[in-house]
Design a protein around this ligand. Structure first.
Ligand code: AMP
Ligand code: GLY
Length: 434
């Protein structure tokens, strides 16, 4: 472990979601007691750390903030500033950053780039082909079986993937992505890949060059509706640990996917420092990579970090300083964690903003329960209001998954907001198994 005296005294967290609120909280509890600021933050973060209204994609604004506030360490939440080169700009100024440069961020920003690396390094993943013209894509579709997956190459805020249940649906997706401008530059190239079947899990790995530490397992609920129905979202809830990933399966995932991925990225010449978030399908023949993200997951972070006993500041700082092995094995609480996302009704399609929210007093919450803010703001009267599709992340810990879920749901009921919506079945898959 880096000694406390060697830890940075000031940290900037970039971003404004539930993930960033969780990061800010965890950094504030470090025994090193750093000054933590956030940009742009949200209403909940602002209660705990100074927030600066600089957008996460305003790279020059963020660099200027770091210099003006004499910030010693930057932790980047979302993918967009990473892909715009925020970490590169800061490192060029000698400021340590947790988060990859633009080259590493391409692993999330380009699905074709990632698929090429996966295939080249023989890491398990679905077979795929790449297209930038409609006719060859349609011809290829006719050679594959249904269901089939059509993916826009670039960042599309989680909406660039169509798991087509018919040839017509797949053809429509090809037309929409390559002919329409729904996805802008992100859709000018696409992948068509075979459909994988099984349960998904999120494996978050703290990476520093060829060194890595695997964070506790978790499972997201991506669809808007109970029973995994309706459109995909950024994530409607999570739980940790994901017990479908048994210790033996995790060892296999480490051998077949995590270590080969970290080594492949390094051998491609990418000096990766940050979170490699590997989306994995647990297929009947073994784990297979669906995607890489190059940041903490949201809402995975809201269940993974609260289970960590290891000091987050020491962990991320060690990664940024190329000293990850000094941290040693991560120490994880045995408790289960559940996060229920409270969204604005209508999300992921159109929804209103500015609706009043009344939160229970912290002392009125169930034990070990925390409300992380995501899309919240204060209106001109100072009232707490909704300001995004995903509004809150309600996380509870308990010795059993059932109790953690009950606590989180009790707290969701305590949240007063006329437009609140949340799934009622977060964790149900694991609860039904046990
Ligand atoms: P992605 O944006 O790559 O995370 O994809 C979004 C979601 O689409 C994933 O979480 C999966 O549920 C689904 N998906 C992506 N690729 C595949 C695949 N090859 N087979 C089955 N489902 C997939
Ligand atoms: N929860 C999925 C993601 O962060 O991409």
């Amino acid at each position: 472990m880096p000694p406390l005296s060697a830890l940075p005294q000031s940290v900037l967290v970039v971003g404004s979601g539930g993930r960033e609120h969780t990061l800010v909280r965890a950094l504030l509890t470090s025994p090193a007691a750093p000054r933590v600021i956030c940009a742009p933050g949200n209403a909940g973060i602002a209660e705990e750390a100074p927030c600066f209204s600089i957008a996460a994609d305003d790279i020059s604004g963020l660099v200027a903030l770091v210099q003006r506030e004499k910030i010693a360490f930057v932790v980047v939440g979302p993918e967009v500033p990473l892909s715009l080169g925020l970490a590169d700009r800061l490192r060029a100024l000698g400021i340590p950053v947790y988060g990859p440069g633009a080259d590493g961020a391409r692993l999330e920003a380009s699905k074709i780039f990632t698929k090429e690396i996966l295939l080249k390094h023989h890491i398990p993943t679905a077979p795929a082909a790449f297209f930038n013209a409609i006719e060859p894509a349609l011809a290829y579709l006719r050679t594959r079986s249904i269901p089939i997956v059509v993916k826009a190459d670039g960042l599309a805020a989680g909406k660039g993937v169509v798991v087509a249940q018919s040839l017509a649906e797949a053809e429509a997706a090809v037309h929409e992505m390559l002919a329409g401008d729904k996805f802008g530059a992100a859709g000018r190239q696409l992948l068509i890949e075979d459909c994988l079947f099984g349960e998904e899990t999120s494996i978050l790995v703290v990476v520093s060059g060829r060194d890595y530490l695997i964070l506790p397992t978790s499972q997201d609920h991506k669809r808007i509706g109970d029973g995994d129905t309706g459109p995909n979202t950024g994530g409607m809830g999570t739980y940790s640990p994901a017990e479908v990933v048994t210790p033996a399966l995790l060892a296999r995932i480490e051998d077949e996917i995590v270590r080969p991925s970290v080594n492949a990225i390094a051998s491609e010449g990418i000096a990766f420092c940050g979170t490699l978030f590997i989306g994995i399908m647990l297929t009947p023949i073994g784990p297979s990579v669906i995607e890489y993200n190059t940041r903490f997951g949201d809402p995975e972070t809201q269940v993974v970090l609260p289970r960590l006993t290891t000091d987050l500041l020491q962990l991320l700082w060690a990664a940024a300083c190329d000293r990850l092995p000094a941290v040693g094995p991560l120490v994880v609480k045995p408790d289960y964690a559940v996060c229920v996302v409270v969204a604005a009704r209508g999300y992921p399609d159109a929804y209103t903003k500015g609706d009043a929210i009344t939160l229970p007093a912290p002392a009125a919450l169930p034990p070990a329960t925390t409300i992380y803010h995501a899309g919240t703001a204060r209106n001109t009267l100072g009232q707490l209001v909704t300001n995004g599709g995903r509004v809150l992340g309600v996380t509870a810990l308990a010795p059993s998954l059932r109790d953690a879920a009950d606590r989180a749901y009790a707290a969701c009921e305590q949240v007063l907001c006329s437009t609140k919506y949340f799934r009622r079945d977060i964790g149900a898959r694991q609860l039904n198994r046990s």
